[in-house]
Design a protein around this ligand. Structure first.
Ligand code: NAP
Length: 245
């Protein structure tokens, strides 16, 4: 079990994420004494009056901007980090149905947000996990990033960048196991949740298979709380069962 209720120093990366916002709000209610810091690529997208103690606008691809944010944080160690950044589509391009749809700019953007940003956040904040308290480094991944679960194909950029994200999480769990061994590193599949990321793809789905961000945030926090103390390197479904990478 992770003692979320007593975690003091919390970082949410991708603070403007719909799910991330609800996670931060619920953490704040569960644990009013916690200091909750958000990293975002666009501070104007965020309701600043809500749960954040500090918000930092960063360019995830500019390491100096992450270092600057790290130096200004109100704490020097992290109990819980949740990476909520994710990219699936933009105005110019949706997910690919076939190879002919693959566009270099869109593919690179998927890897920038879903993979490179994760690695830069992990790299720059790694030293903040070098303490002796039980702590967690979690990332919202997606079941479509599971290679063994892929039966439908398509969505080349999102699927492959989430698969790469999953590999990076496994790698980070192994590396942290050597140097930051009090930190558990896991991926979580949040389930289809109402947000700008999923919005264009939910038409025709049964309403009971689309979840509100508040419900998803609650489930994610339950998964984190219930993750075994000595476990690391797992890929969790929102209901708590372990998915195959
Ligand atoms: N919603 C779903 O149905 C669903 C299903 C499976 C997995 N997930 C995963 O859950 C996580 C949260 O998703 P969500 O539904 O909350 O999505 P969302 O509301 O669209 O938020 C995604 C966040 O990712 C960051 N981001 C997006 N595009 C970016 C770009 N071009 N450059 C830099 N940062 C960018 C932004 O964070 P900042 O600008 O604040 O940094 C943004 O707020 C994602 O990893 C997503 O893949 C969601």
């Amino acid at each position: 079990m992770m003692d979320i209720q007593n975690f003091k120093n919390i970082v949410i990366s991708g603070a403007s994420s719909t799910i991330g916002f609800h996670i931060a709000s619920q953490l704040q209610q569960m644990n009013p004494k916690a200091s909750i810091v958000g990293l975002t690529s666009n501070i104007n997208k965020i309701d600043k009056t809500s749960s954040w103690d500090q918000l930092y606008e960063v360019d995830y691809l500019d390491q100096n901007s992450l270092i600057k944010a790290k130096k200004s944080m109100p704490f020097d160690s992290i109990d819980l980090l949740i990476f909520c950044n994710g990219f699936l589509h933009c105005d110019e391009h949706g997910p690919e149905k076939r190879l002919e749809d693959c566009d270099p700019t869109h593919l690179l953007k998927s890897f920038e947000v879903n993979v490179v940003s994760l690695l830069m956040v992990a790299k720059i904040l790694k030293s903040m996990f070098k303490h002796k308290r039980r702590s967690g480094f979690f990332a919202l991944s997606a079941m479509v990033g599971s290679i063994s679960d892929n039966r439908l194909g398509g969505w080349y950029g999102y699927r492959s960048s989430k698969a790469a994200m999953n590999m990076c999480l496994k790698n980070i769990s192994i590396e942290f196991g050597r140097s930051n061994y009090h930190t558990s590193v896991h991926g979580i599949h949040p389930g289809t949740t109402l947000s700008p990321l999923s919005q264009p793809f939910i038409a025709g789905r049964k309403p009971d298979t689309i979840y509100t961000p508040a419900l998803t945030a609650k489930r994610i926090l339950q998964v984190i709380e219930q993750s075994a103390e000595n476990s690391t390197g797992e890929f969790y479904h929102w209901d708590g069962h372990i998915l195959t990478w």
